[in-house]
Write a protein that binds this ligand. Structure first.
Ligand SMILES: *Cc1c(COP(=O)(O)O)cnc(C)c1O
Ligand SMILES: [Zn+2]
Length: 418
């Protein structure tokens, strides 16, 4: 289950103090481990934070590293060549809000990251921790965004990378990973097969850091930076409602953890907030569990165009249910047609072209407003986590030129109905 224990006197993971089990609370020293030795529960990073001041954060790098005092990375993390993700824009979304019936709406536009998805955040943190833990190769199993982010981060850092993808992956995703010239391996099998293979290889190669497997506790912390940025960009306040897409569920649980840390550290007033989750109906195990009122997330076989969210057995599913229920939020899911409509609505109203995951978030938000679950008056943030250029097929049959005309102004006017 775990790779060789790596702890040494020089291990510097900043404020990170230990790994603790999310099930039984057992604490173990910081190391390249991901499962509890007592109960096999997932491990997460526990901290001993120093004094952190808003001014120091504001004076920091224009990337996620301004929050390095809240992450499992050394203070000099940005001295090493890295992709410097984050500090993406938070935009007022009044036109989208008017369509959705939300009076105070913001969009966190994470398409602006180096490889155009939020995965650059988690990969950058994983690489920084992996360097400290003694790894030399960056690896992952992936169906797209993670592959792009790992291959690019390794290239920038001068590391070798090993990226495993299902051989059926779409050409665009293969090319946008292969261009970084790491070792891209297409595996005859589906994503579950690729994932199993990654776990096997992680056990065999001491120096391979599979970002979402053997260094997952560190990787997952990178998602907190979405919460930190939203709060800072709102003027050091927490929003009242936030809508987050769910794949493994790590992002949602860490956004919640990030908001809590800001409150505990006195960086924001610990005002109440509600966390909402979004899934595609074709892969909605967490939404289904939420609706049933139960605690068990039953695995499903994904069948949706929202491939970046298509994890049928989400590792953080039960913790997502906890966070959403504790904060008074809700989870819902939407059809593939609604996903496409969500992509088009965001593009038409705000000029932001998102991939299918963003379509899931927008369309689920619409549904949650209509069901009375989202408060129309409350300040609301939507996390738009990836770029539409990655999933052009989703809109290919729905949008195109209004007309094809000869090069004459008359023909243009006719086409426009002027
Ligand atoms: C991976 C991914 C997510 C969600 O990630 P989890 O932390 O696994 O829930 C959301 N949006 C996009 C675009 C992604 O690639
Ligand atoms: Zn345990």
């Amino acid at each position: 289950m775990t790779t060789t224990l790596r702890t040494n006197a020089t291990l510097d993971l900043g404020p990170a103090a230990a790994l603790s089990c999310r099930e039984c609370g057992n604490r173990t020293p910081l190391a390249a481990e991901f499962a509890c030795a007592e109960c096999f529960g997932p491990l997460e990073v526990a901290y001993e934070f120093g004094t952190i001041r808003r001014e120091d954060i504001e004076a920091g790098p224009r990337s996620i590293w301004r929050y390095r005092g809240l992450l499992p990375v050394p203070a000099d993390v940005d001295d090493h060549a890295n992709t410097q993700p984050g500090l993406t824009r938070l935009i007022r979304a009044d036109r989208l809000g008017a369509e959705l019936g939300l009076k105070n709406l913001w969009v966190k536009d994470d398409t602006g990251n180096p490889t155009h998805s939020f995965k650059d955040r988690v990969v950058a943190v994983a690489l920084a921790a992996a360097r400290q833990l003694g790894f030399t190769v960056l690896a992952c199993p992936s169906t797209g965004n993670l592959a792009n982010a790992v291959a690019a981060a390794a290239a920038r850092a001068g590391w070798r990378s090993v990226v495993l993808i299902p051989s059926s992956l779409e050409r665009a995703k293969v090319l946008t990973t292969a261009v970084y010239d790491g070792a891209l391996i297409a595996v005859d099998g589906n994503y579950d097969d690729v994932n199993r293979l990654a776990t096997e290889l992680a056990a065999e190669h001491e120096d391979w850091a599979f970002v979402n497997v053997n260094v997952r506790p560190y990787y997952a912390e990178g998602s907190k930076t979405l919460a930190f940025e939203v709060a800072e960009q709102l003027g050091w306040r927490l929003p009242e409602q936030i809508v987050v897409p769910i794949a493994s569920g790590a992002q949602l649980t860490k956004v919640d953890k990030g908001f809590q840390e800001l409150g505990t550290l006195g960086l924001v007033e610990p005002t109440p907030y509600r966390v909402f989750g979004a899934q595609a109906t074709g892969c909605s195990p967490v939404s289904t569990a939420f609706r049933s009122g139960g605690d068990v997330v039953h695995p499903v076989r994904p069948d949706t165009i929202a491939r970046s969210l298509a994890i049928g057995a989400p590792a953080d599913g039960p913790y997502v249910l906890d966070a959403v229920r504790r904060t008074g939020g809700a989870i819902d899911d939407v059809s593939d047609d609604e996903v496409v409509a969500g992509i088009r609505l965001l593009a038409r109203t705000e000029g932001v072209f998102t991939e299918t995951a963003g379509g899931v978030t927008v369309a689920t938000t619409k549904k949650l407003v209509e069901a009375g679950k989202l408060d129309p008056e409350a300040e609301t943030v939507l996390l738009i986590t990836g770029d539409g250029l990655k999933t052009l097929d989703a809109v290919a049959d729905h949008v195109g030129p209004k007309a094809t005309v000869p090069p004459s102004s008359k023909a243009v006017h006719e086409a426009l109905g002027y």
